[in-house]
Design a protein around this ligand. Structure first.
Ligand code: SAM
Length: 211
């Protein structure tokens, strides 16, 4: 395995000290993407929120600031991501406002109808079966709750060539705006909204669980 495909594996599932370094770097690099994405959803003070593929935990931290009297959960199938997320949110975990768990999107360790909002930042392209996994998210959402999927890259747009090379490197298939929108509908979401930040090459999809 060459150095580039090793790096690709780290993006998919961070391991060891390089994985810990990588998710710390992502906390910084994905911060503006997070702010842009979160500006498209209304977050209530008392909301219960889940961030899937929480990486270094920066999204969880931001969400806890927005749902100031609510509770935020993070989940990731990488032990390293869980470790760094716990460190990033140490104070909030002590206060009982944040919980980080180890687990996969395909089998979420949460009861039905628990969350007002579920977020997924730069992770959906790695999920084993996107539509089935989005249906698993649907299970844990409250009726009327929303799933927001954010990506720092997608098929098409300003950075199409760069993204195609990256996708090859990490062995994933980026979706276009229309393809991601279609996945929301196939999984059973309603009122699907798609946003594109052409200049930065970002994509944001939001779907609602029917009431
Ligand atoms: C590129 S990182 C993004 C991390 C973070 N969301 C961010 O934006 O900085 C992808 C994260 O998704 C996690 N992940 C990938 N597939 C997953 C799955 N099937 N279930 C849970 N977590 C997953 C990885 O372990 C990794 O921490």
């Amino acid at each position: 395995m060459n150095i580039l495909s090793k790096l690709g594996q780290q993006w998919r599932k961070p391991t060891g000290w390089p994985g810990r370094l990588l998710v710390r770097a992502m906390n910084i690099n994905h911060s503006r993407l997070n702010d842009w994405g979160l500006s498209h959803v209304a977050i209530g003070k008392h909301d219960t929120i889940l961030d899937i593929g929480c990486g270094g935990g920066n999204t969880v931290h931001k969400l806890a600031g927005l749902a100031a009297e609510g509770k935020v959960f993070g989940i990731d199938f990488s032990e390293e991501s869980v470790t760094v997320s716990c460190r990033t949110n140490k104070r909030l975990i002590k206060m009982g406002r944040v919980e980080i768990q180890h687990g996969s999107v395909s089998c979420l360790p949460f009861s039905d109808h628990m969350f007002d909002l579920v977020t997924a930042v730069n992770t959906h392209n790695y999920w084993p079966d996107l539509v089935a996994d989005m249906q698993e998210v649907l299970r844990v959402l409250k009726p009327g709750g929303k799933l927001m999927i954010l990506g720092g890259g997608y098929k098409g747009g300003k950075y199409a060539d760069r993204n195609e090379k990256f996708a090859e490197l990490v062995n994933l298939a980026f979706l276009s705006v229309d393809e991601l929108s279609e996945r929301f509908s196939m999984a059973g979401y309603s009122e699907v909204q798609m946003f594109e930040e052409y200049g930065w090459g970002w994509i944001c999809g939001i779907g609602r669980k029917p009431s």
